[in-house]
Design a protein around this ligand. Structure first.
Ligand code: NI
Length: 254
């Protein structure tokens, strides 16, 4: 009964064994997976996976790393792709000031264009925010995103930032780093934010939780994120699994 709300199963690191890996997800109790796209090519792959497997849904969108690859036709391509009934969100989109693979002005511009597309399509957004909290909030306010629905994926901000996002109706998605010993900030976020507004994810093949840190991640490991949330909040694992599943279904309209 787990919902991994953010995975990249189209990644090349699953090319050798994608089918058995997906069977293993089911065996581990993963009921749903949202496969997040990062560019047009992975949007297509994400849809193909969702069409092949009942329990996988897709998003389409261009990651800030690839913002510079977008041209004036990209939005139309994404719009066409999103007409597939298994596409449930626009993402992942946002800002990444850690790597700065695309110029910041380009990142902002393409982020805003994709927010606008999501609004037109009445789809929620999956937001990537790395070391760009201030500009994310500023764009949220300028774009009037309140109520459109969305999630801050692999949330890494402070409790204050979390509260700002909640006011706008955004969910916060918790990933593997919550299990890392030194992650005091996100532990505080999980403690303070109601379970109603939390989602869980792996971001696989990245961000592998303890006790498998360093190996390839996969959606079956989302249970370690749920276990850690249960421990922090002093509630049952089952409650975290059930509630985050319901939250994800509600956000993505599944
Ligand atoms: Ni991701």
């Amino acid at each position: 009964m787990l919902f991994d709300t953010h995975a990249h199963l189209d990644d090349g690191r699953f090319d050798e064994d994608r089918k058995p890996v997906l069977e293993q997800c089911k065996a581990e109790g993963v009921e749903l997976i949202l496969n997040a796209a990062s560019d047009v090519r992975s949007s297509l792959k994400s849809i193909a996976l969702a069409e092949e497997y009942d329990f996988i849904y897709a998003s389409v969108g261009v990651h800030p790393h690839d913002a510079k690859s977008m041209d004036n036709k990209t939005i139309d391509v994404l719009r066409d792709l999103s007409s597939n009934p298994k596409v449930k969100a626009i993402g992942e989109i946002g800002l990444d000031y850690h790597y700065d693979f695309s110029p910041r002005e380009v990142q902002k511009q393409r982020f805003m264009e994709q927010i606008d597309l999501a609004k037109q399509l009445k789809l929620p957004i999956i937001v990537h925010d790395r070391e760009s909290h201030g500009d994310i909030i500023e764009i949220f306010k300028n774009m009037n995103v309140k109520g459109m629905g969305g999630v801050l994926h692999s949330f890494s901000g402070s409790v204050e930032m979390a509260r700002e996002c909640l006011k706008l109706g955004f969910y916060l998605s918790i990933s593997g780093p919550i299990t890392f010993k030194n992650n005091i900030k996100t532990v505080e976020v999980v403690r303070e934010i109601p379970l109603d507004m939390l989602l869980i994810e792996t971001d696989s093949p990245y961000l592998t939780p303890v006790p498998y840190r360093g190996q390839r991640n996969y959606p079956g490991y989302v249970r370690y994120v749920a276990e850690k949330i249960a421990e922090i909040k002093g509630i049952d694992f089952e409650e975290v699994a059930q509630k985050t599943l319901e939250n994800g279904k509600k956000l993505f309209g599944i």
